[in-house]
Design a protein. Structure first.
Length: 307
């Protein structure tokens, strides 16, 4: 069953087109990554999924329920952890979670609230006022708020931005468990190692368009290839090989990182280096990671306008 269906969504702000016909289908039980540089359209797309922004064109459905025309049913099935730390300073953590439950018409769910607090290490803060919490603890409460109604679809918008390592580990352990139990998870993050470790499929956005969509394994194979790191004790890299040097690589003495698409390309490269008179002191063949794909597909250009 399809958890999130996004059909040809477009959205503009005062002439700036944040989304340009985005279409995605996220299946039930997936752990899906939504990546892109600032200004790519990630936050606009997340806000559209949450029903906070109405698309100019197109539609979004959560488990078959349109987020505009059937907002109540769509919202019941969705839990969103926003980037911003928004909280009511007059309530304790437990009161905050009970109030959030009430928004969904849920009563007497203290057992689940206790479980959520336990899994996010919030139990000893249950009766502490929200305004007395640290930024990291407030972030944990945001996650807990998104989970109090046991949503089938969980959207995490930069959930670990600026938080400590302990929270990141605690959060991912709990979210991974919920995913194993059948919950669909959609993640946006600037920590590419998190996306690579957690996500089964990834969509990359650039300037409001999907520029890559594949499984993590296929994307790693198809887009990035590998990297050959060579250190020369004498001589220099032949000019005809310089186009293979990673565009973000700054020559560190005589150490070069070269892009290769297949292991069969390694020996001809080394042979050409030897023919030029250069001497290879050391070499390593490294599997490229999601960051390499990200740089190749979307580049590091920062774009203005709404995200």
């Amino acid at each position: 069953m399809t958890a999130i269906q996004i059909n040809s969504v477009e959205k503009s702000y005062k002439g700036f087109k944040a989304l340009k016909g985005v279409s995605l289908s996220i299946e039930e039980g997936e752990f899906f990554g939504l990546l892109g540089p600032n200004g790519a359209g990630k936050t606009t797309l997340i806000s559209t999924i949450a029903g906070l922004i109405r698309p100019d064109v197109g539609s979004v459905k959560i488990h078959g329920h349109d987020v505009v025309s059937d907002f109540r049913e769509a919202r019941k099935r969705l839990g969103v952890v926003p980037q911003e730390l928004v909280f009511d300073p007059f309530f304790t953590v437990r009161e905050t979670l009970r109030l959030q439950s009430g928004y969904y018409g849920i009563k007497n769910n203290d057992a689940w609230i206790d479980e959520v607090m336990h899994n996010l290490d919030l139990t000893n803060k249950a009766d502490v006022n929200m305004r007395a919490l640290s930024g990291g603890m407030k972030r944990r409460v945001l996650v807990a708020q998104a989970l109090v109604h046991k949503p089938q679809v969980i959207v995490l918008d930069e959930p670990t931005a600026g938080v400590d390592v302990e929270l990141r580990q605690t959060l991912w352990k709990f979210i991974a468990r919920l995913n194993r139990e059948g919950h669909t998870v959609v993640l946006t993050t600037h920590y590419l190692e998190e996306a690579q470790a957690m996500c089964q499929r990834v969509a990359m956005l650039k300037l409001g368009e999907v520029v890559a969509l594949d499984t993590m394994a296929a994307l790693l194979r198809r887009v990035s290839g590998s990297q050959l790191v060579v250190h020369l004790t004498s001589g220099d890299l032949p000019p005809e090989l310089r186009h293979l040097v990673s565009h973000d690589e700054h020559n560190n003495g005589n150490k070069y990182t070269l892009r290769v698409n297949h292991v069969n390309e390694v020996e001809p490269i080394l042979a050409r280096i030897r023919e030029s008179g250069a001497v290879v002191d050391d070499m390593q063949l490294e599997q490229a990671d999601l960051e390499d794909i990200f740089l190749q597909v979307v580049g590091d250009k920062q774009v203005g306008g709404p995200q």
